[in-house]
Design a protein around this ligand. Structure first.
Ligand code: LLP
Length: 419
């Protein structure tokens, strides 16, 4: 959890009081601090690259805002993209195709053709995908995703590396996959696995590295394939709660790179952090619009619901909450912090001790930069909100608020219904 400045009892983000941002741009609004983003990227890049050549593939599913992508391009990032939409977005943000790896699952031939035409590296998820790719274009480099039988993550929904998950080629078939890729005229250059998301411990990353290194060694010896990189995937967790500690990424990097260097002749490590890079760069600012005291509960009703930030409802995730205009006040009342969506599952926090709230107070929801806006929706016909970038006391809109017209733009009423 990032610490924010407190000036005159007010939370300050990137040199600007949060209440000023809320008043100027309206709420709800996602506010990203550019310096924090650059710091996060540099920290993880430095941790790995001082041991061996490193490609940080930012997992852009966490946040695909063009301005954020542009900053990461300036920092020297590579990209992990999962759809033709993400590939196209990153190209438009200025990434060159050779910086992008496409790691799809359940990839249709149509999407494969589109991705191939962009010239990005394809990370194969199944035998069928590999054959279909070779039918579209051969003599191109590829990477292969293995299901490493090492799974971890903050919730069942996000564990991807376990045997029963839909991802990757089973461990038992991985040699066959590389040998078949040669038969199909493809050029295997990489090996990839992703264990899951929101992993707080180093151990699963060490385990998956061991699996990848032993595969790399085996294909060197048996198939004479010398891979250019091993990609250990993403999933580095962050501390969402005040008492949690951040992962020691220096130790992680040391453990992972030492194993690669000792166990095979692969010279480059790739890693795909999404959350680690963007989560704590962004707060969601939202206003208290109503206070409802019932015999059972105190409800702080705010203008953001699970349409704006779905993680608490969907995964039961904890996001820290502060009151931006009472930043140094202590907790006094226990609230359920709830939104305007017509479902009882619409909450951002439950049973949270906060300073006594009034209508108009500005609530800051922490660590909202990863899977916040990117998972937001128009449910209940509520337009998606604005995004703002702050840097050294200046604030710029990086996404306009949607309008009701935006929601209705693609709908059609057949003329026979218009009589
Ligand atoms: N690489 C691959 C192949 C992935 O599938 C993912 C995430 C990542 C990298 C990045 O994981 P990260 O470093 O951001 O944890 N919506 C969920 C997270 C889903 C992650 C899906 N894949 C959440 O809000 O926690």
């Amino acid at each position: 959890m990032r610490q924010f400045e407190c000036i005159n009892g007010e939370m300050v983000i990137g040199g600007i009081p949060a209440t000023k941002i809320a008043d100027k741009f309206g709420t709800p609004v996602y506010v990203t601090d550019e310096s924090a983003l650059r710091e996060n990227f540099r920290r993880i890049n430095k941790a790995f690259s001082r041991h061996m050549p490193t490609h940080i593939h930012y997992a852009c599913k966490a946040n695909t805002n063009l301005a954020i992508l542009r900053i990461l391009k300036q920092e020297g990032s590579y990209i992990d993209a999962v759809s033709i939409g993400e590939v196209e977005t990153c190209l438009r943000a200025g990434f060159s195709p050779d910086r992008i790896m496409f790691t799809g699952v359940c990839v249709s031939t149509k999407e494969l053709e589109a991705v191939v035409s962009k010239g990005v590296l394809i990370n194969i998820d199944s035998f069928s995908e590999m054959k279909r790719l070779a039918g579209i274009k051969s003599r191109i480099p590829i990477s292969i995703r293995v299901n490493p039988d090492v799974g971890a993550g903050h919730h069942d929904h996000v564990v991807t590396g376990s045997r029963k998950s839909k991802f990757g080629i089973p461990l038992a078939d991985i040699l066959k996959a590389y040998s078949e890729s040669l038969d199909l005229g493809l050029i295997p250059v990489g090996l990839h696995a992703h264990i899951g998301a929101g992993v707080q411990e180093i151990d699963p990353f060490v385990k998956v590295t061991d699996v990848l290194v032993s595969i790399a060694k085996e294909i060197e010896e048996k198939l004479r394939i010398e891979l250019e990189f091993i990609d250990i995937g993403g999933g580095i967790g962050i501390p969402y709660k005040p008492d949690e500690k951040p992962m020691d990424v220096d130790l992680l990097a040391q453990e992972v790179t030492a194993r690669i260097k000792a166990g095979c002749s692969v010279e480059t490590v790739a890693i795909e952090p999404g959350r680690y890079i963007v989560a704590d760069t962004t707060v969601l600012l939202t206003k208290v619009v109503d206070i409802k005291e019932t015999p059972e509960k105190n409800f702080a009703c705010i203008d953001a619901g699970f349409n704006t930030l779905i993680r608490p409802s969907f995964y039961g995730s904890y996001h820290h909450i502060a009151v931006a205009n009472k930043f140094d006040a202590s907790g006094e009342v226990i609230y359920d912090v709830v939104g305007p969506i017509c479902e009882s599952g619409d909450f951002l926090a439950r049973d949270r001790l906060l300073p006594k709230l009034n209508e108009g107070d500005v609530i800051a929801v922490y660590d909202a930069g990863a899977y916040g806006f990117s998972m937001s929706s128009q449910y209940n016909s509520r337009p998606r909100c604005r995004e703002v970038l702050v840097y050294n006391g200046t604030a710029n809109i990086i996404r306009e608020m949607e309008t009701i017209d935006d929601i209705l733009r693609h709908q059609r009423i057949p003329s026979r219904l218009m009589v």
